[in-house]
Design a binder for this molecule. Sequence first.
Ligand code: NAP
Length: 460
Amino acid sequence: MTQGNATVPLAVAVVGSGPSGFYAAASLLDQNDVPVRVDMYERLATPWGLVRSGVAPDHPKIKAVSGVYAAIAAHENFRFFGNVDIGKDVTREELTERYDAVLYAVGAQTDRRLGIPGEDLPGSESAVDFVGWYNGHPDYAHLNFDLSGERGVVIGAGNVALDVARILCSPHERLARTDIADHALEALRHCALKEVMVVGRRGAAQAAFTTAELKELPEYTESGVDIDPAEVAEQPGEEALSRLVKRNLTVMRDYAHNPLPAGARRVALRFQRTPLEIRGDGRVEEIVFGLNALKTDEDGWVSAVDTGERETVATSLVLRAVGYKGRSIPGLPFDDRRGVIPNVNGRVDGVEREYVAGWIKRGPTGIIGTNKKCASETVGRLLADIADGSVRRHDRTAATDPIAEIDTWLRGRQPHLVTEAGWRLIDAAERSSGEPAGRPRVKLVLTEELLDVALERRIA
Ligand code: NAP
């Protein structure tokens, strides 16, 4: 079987510029078996996906991984094409016609819903939207969150729930040192919330928090954490719990037994409560919870069982943080329940030449580093498929290589193409406007503003 012209490097398009996209690019560029060129496509004008628009602004150490992505982007065989919407500006088929392989690393772009009455009342919002808003993602910049009430409720016991609760409870001076979007900084300055309740449907031992995120709450919010000691009381059989859960319980018990400072805005952690209904006259006024008992099955899985008891909590803001969900890509198979593209080790089921990595491959779990192994598994599959001929390389020579013409082709489709050079202009502009205030950057949030800088459209 022909393997194409050996003088022409393997051409791979990576769609999506978040962690899994960059780790896939690095895996492709760092191996020595076959020369590869990587073109990375991104719908937004800016790269880095959730590192820019998901990781909380007060977590600069986590965001520092962007330095690794900048180094990958500096590779001579790497190109960035931002502001290109696959499916709109160019089609999937046009990519597979030009590239030997196309790897989708598009993440999980929407959120899971609760499916309860009142969920669409104003004041009941998605944490995914709230995170996009405070991080200056252009799709969410126009949103408004009513922060004028005394209590907010966050549904879910994961790290996203802790992120949003912490940001809501952080003193202004702390946030003002971060790269939080200016519109969010201003809105949060006037936040009247006195308490943000984070509510899990199962017990404290089943919460999906990581210990570092639990531990930092008092320091970051400059307040105590409110926990009912009964909800974290010692249970028989705890020695069998994982080290992570044991550490989490130790931290939570510590909070439960420490007196709360008076007056400060605080995070309250509550467990064994399932949201049943959100009520209000034209906007959120209260939320009804069903109180749960816990039941362990023979495999050790702990589930929540409704006791029939109800609790009503007054609130003006409900943020659901019950997980992200992937979106389908027209023409590719999709598992709607899990929100993933079905695949075997990253090769999309039933199609040739198309691969997936990251959250769209395995679901919205794990930390940023988890995507490294995930992307490298996909790249291993891709290169093995090319090597054994199960995916045929396009038959081309240097003279007929359409990859050389990609730039011109793309500009025909999207005149406002943002290349790596354009992104560097944005990056430099944001960093220099952050400098006087001691902030890592001041984000540009509107696509038009980003394009003005990237394309040097306005000379000051
Ligand atoms: P997550 O870790 O999967 O947590 C989702 C939470 O929502 C769980 O407590 C889950 O409870 C609950 N839930 C799901 N459906 C529910 C429903 N219908 N009603 C009530 N509760 C429901 O998801 P995430 O917080 O979105 O985080 C996504 C990933 O990003 C995670 O791997 C997380 O660790 C990571 N992340 C990391 C950081 C960090 O490292 N600082 C920050 C943010 C996110 P059950 O367990 O009962 O299903």
